[in-house]
Design a protein around this ligand. Structure first.
Ligand SMILES: [Zn+2]
Ligand SMILES: [Zn+2]
Length: 344
């Protein structure tokens, strides 16, 4: 089979690899019909997240089950399925709590030996462990490119507001309108947020957020804090989401949240960072951080997409062939695409 492999920082290529085969009784083999390129794939592309040379990358996928072990009960051969970006065991202490994203035996597709040694989804075939938990049937009538958001980007946007405890009637600010931020905007609106402020410096992204029903706020041409305060009687928002993952936007989220509000950091933070901790304390903020628990959300997210309350389709800006992966990564790296969908 053909697979997109990491070679060196800045270099991926399509390699011929042996077809994967079932190992455990709860494994499934999936023929990948669409896969996405994600912001976290760029960290691998640049070598910031180390994966072995020749490792197959990618973790967003939709396809058809070709084979399944004896313990796979929730999907069957021939089913059209989507995957979550990681696996979980369902039996460890974290899984028993429902914290699948912190599974002690969790494995992330396409992230090298450090994150579970699980080959990635930008390939013609994919071995899916723990298939009962990792895979879902694609609802009839849902396109591949929409379904592949449920197990990653939309699940993450949904988590950003759900994990913050956002309630119907709340006001929300989302900082950073990449795919996750735009999905968080949709999830906030779908969850009944009355005002969603969408903050970025890229005009097209602001326009898309406005199309979804948000109030666009330009990061540098406007003053986000002033704009948000003016529209919330000086109080700030109930929930402020940092969808960037840097101290700067986190600090802005702290400043935009109302007293006793919640800041939700869904972007991937790395290392140390300085924020106005005293302000967060003084305001009595709740801080929610971390990777999204997509396995816990995927059924709700699929239901909301099916009901038309969430619609990731405007985020798909490019369709390319698996064989064009090197060009696709170069394009994505230039930030000219929101979501590139690869098909075999
Ligand atoms: Zn992803
Ligand atoms: Zn577990």
């Amino acid at each position: 089979m053909r697979a997109v492999t990491f070679q060196a920082p800045g270099e991926v290529r399509v390699d011929e690899k042996p077809d994967p085969t079932l190992g455990a009784a709860d494994d499934a083999l999936v023929r990948v019909e669409a896969s996405g390129i994600c912001g976290s794939d760029l960290h691998i592309f640049h070598g910031r997240v180390p994966v072995e040379r020749g490792f197959t990358i990618g973790h967003e996928f939709v396809g058809t089950v070709l084979d399944a072990g004896a313990d796979v009960e929730r999907v069957a051969v021939g089913d059209r399925v989507l995957g979550c970006f990681h696996t979980a065991c369902a039996t460890c202490v974290a899984c028993m709590r429902g914290d699948y994203h912190r599974c002690e035996r969790g494995r992330t597709f396409g992230h090298g030996s450090k994150l579970g040694d699980l080959q990635g989804a930008q390939a013609e075939l994919l071995l899916v462990p723990r298939a009962n938990l990792t895979l879902r049937r694609v609802p009839a009538g849902m396109s591949d490119e929409v379904a592949l958001f449920a197990g990653d980007v939309m699940g993450t946007g949904y988590h950003a507001v759900a994990h913050a405890g956002m309630r119907s009637g709340d006001s929300v600010a989302v900082l950073g309108l990449g795919p996750v931020g735009l999905c968080a905007v949709q999830a906030a609106l779908a969850g009944g947020a009355t005002k969603v402020f969408a903050i970025d410096s890229v005009d097209q992204r602001l326009a898309m957020a406005a199309d979804f029903g948000a109030v666009p706020v330009h990061l540098t041409e406007e003053e986000p804090k002033r704009a948000v305060r003016a529209a919330t009687e000086g109080r700030g928002v109930d929930v402020a989401v940092d969808a960037v993952g840097d101290p700067g936007p986190l600090e802005m989220a702290i400043s935009l949240a109302r007293d006793a509000g919640t800041v939700s950091g869904i972007g991937a933070y790395a290392g140390r960072g300085e924020v106005l901790l005293g302000l967060a304390w003084l305001k009595g903020l709740t801080l929610r951080l971390g990777l999204a628990n997509v396995i816990a959300h995927v059924d709700r997210v699929l239901a909301l997409i099916e009901a038309g309350k969430l619609d990731p389709s405007p985020l798909v800006t490019h369709h390319m062939k698996l064989d064009e992966a090197a060009d696709a990564y170069a394009l994505y790296d230039k930030r000219e695409a929101l979501k590139i969908v690869l098909t075999p």
